[in-house]
Design a protein around this ligand. Structure first.
Ligand SMILES: [Zn+2]
Length: 199
């Protein structure tokens, strides 16, 4: 039996995605053996920092410490294009290929009836509102090449049927079933360039 405090630390690591018992134990040991008091304090500060400071951008849903995220508050970016992704990390993937200079919209997931996630559970209303109220000319849908990602793309396209915007879907030369984060910059760049009009 581990001492209680060590057990509790292992329990905390076990809550992280992709971390099993062995890895959780390895992290816990590592901290006990290698972290100084300063390291621990820094870690605690960073952990509480993300909880206290990070919130969703009120326009696009990306993560920010301010009211607006760095993309929404950047007037240099193309204000006529919105690229729609499932997760904040997808924004980072697109940014890494340095090919896209428009705005973003983060849905926080995709439609998944099996998991009880319908359109109402996603950050969609603000998207439709943005499109109605601003000068958006093109909506690029970059949800993943999964059943849920496809269903979400079709749903958005349907809702925007009567709006005067081009709705395009990025070209999945990417393997089917893949999400953006597993693809390198060149693949993402090609997917963007080869996007197809959904109408
Ligand atoms: Zn934003």
């Amino acid at each position: 039996m581990y001492p209680k405090s060590l057990d509790r630390l292992i329990e905390s690591f076990l809550r992280l995605p992709g971390v099993g018992k062995k890895t959780a134990e390895r992290y816990a040991y590592y901290i006990v053996n290698n972290f100084s008091k300063d390291d621990i304090e820094k870690l605690m500060e960073n952990l509480s920092g993300v909880k206290d400071k990070i919130k969703r951008c009120r326009v696009c849903g990306f993560l920010t410490e301010d009211d607006l995220c760095e993309y929404c508050s950047d007037s240099e970016r193309d204000q006529t294009t919105i690229l729609v992704v499932e997760e904040p990390k997808d924004v980072e993937s697109i940014e890494r290929c340095r090919k896209y200079h428009g705005l973003y919209h983060v849905l926080n997931g995709s439609i998944s009836p099996l998991n009880g996630i319908g359109p109402e559970e996603l950050n969609l209303q603000t998207l439709f509102k943005r499109i109605k109220e601003s000068k958006i000319k093109e909506v690029i849908i970059a949800t993943s090449a999964t059943v849920g990602g496809e269903a979400t793309a079709l749903y958005i396209n349907k809702i925007l049927e009567n709006e005067e915007v081009t709705v395009s879907r990025i070209a999945y030369g990417m393997p089917v079933g893949s999400s953006l984060e597993y693809n390198d910059e060149t693949t993402i760049m090609k997917a963007l360039e080869g996007r197809k009009n959904m109408r």
